[in-house]
Design a binder for this molecule. Structure first.
Ligand code: SF4
Ligand code: SF4
Length: 154
């Protein structure tokens, strides 16, 4: 009985736990898992995030060296963030505002350690050397190490 009285008094004099939205601006809690964003300077186009995404909202376009993120389809589970070997995916604490439009975000990958970018640079260097008549540098280019199997959409 005493406990109930204590609770009644406490609740009567304490401030409400809810905010007076929309008059009070929305405040997210620290550690909220919201939208993800990609860092094109760190990505190596390995495709692990695409394979791990349960909502199929990441498409790695290896040939075009870009990442497609279907924001409106993402369930904010964070699997991609945990699996990325180069920490190229960041999970933000802020959600995109609701909208009736589908939102797709493209990120261009510029990381020179990405196997396909390395391979293209080597091919360009070999072509240049061949054009300049330098056969020592104009060797055929092998596949760069770390090349992974192409997935649909690549
Ligand atoms: S947070 Fe989950 S649903 Fe969203 S892109 Fe990453 S793996 Fe896919
Ligand atoms: S490096 Fe990270 S962001 Fe890039 S494809 Fe691999 S898992 Fe995805």
């Amino acid at each position: 009985m005493l406990k109930i009285l204590q609770n009644i008094v406490h609740n009567a004099i304490s401030r409400p736990y809810t905010s007076n939205y929309p008059f009070t601006p929305y405040q997210h809690f620290p550690g909220t898992r919201a939208d993800v964003s990609f860092d094109g300077s760190k990505c190596i186009l390995c495709g692990l995030c695409q394979r791990s995404c349960p909502a199929d909202c990441i498409v790695i376009h290896k040939e075009e060296t870009k990442i497609e993120y279907l924001n409106t389809q993402c369930i904010r589970c964070g699997y991609c963030v945990r699996i990325c070997p180069t920490n190229a995916i960041i999970q933000n604490e802020v959600y995109t505002k609701p909208s009736t439009d589908r939102l797709t975000v493209f990120t261009l990958v510029t990381n020179e350690n990405a196997p396909i970018i390395k391979k293209r640079k080597a091919e360009a260097a070999a072509k240049k050397a061949a054009a300049e008549g330098n056969p020592a540098e104009a060797k055929p280019v092998k596949d760069a190490p770390g090349k992974t199997e192409n997935k649909p959409g690549e």
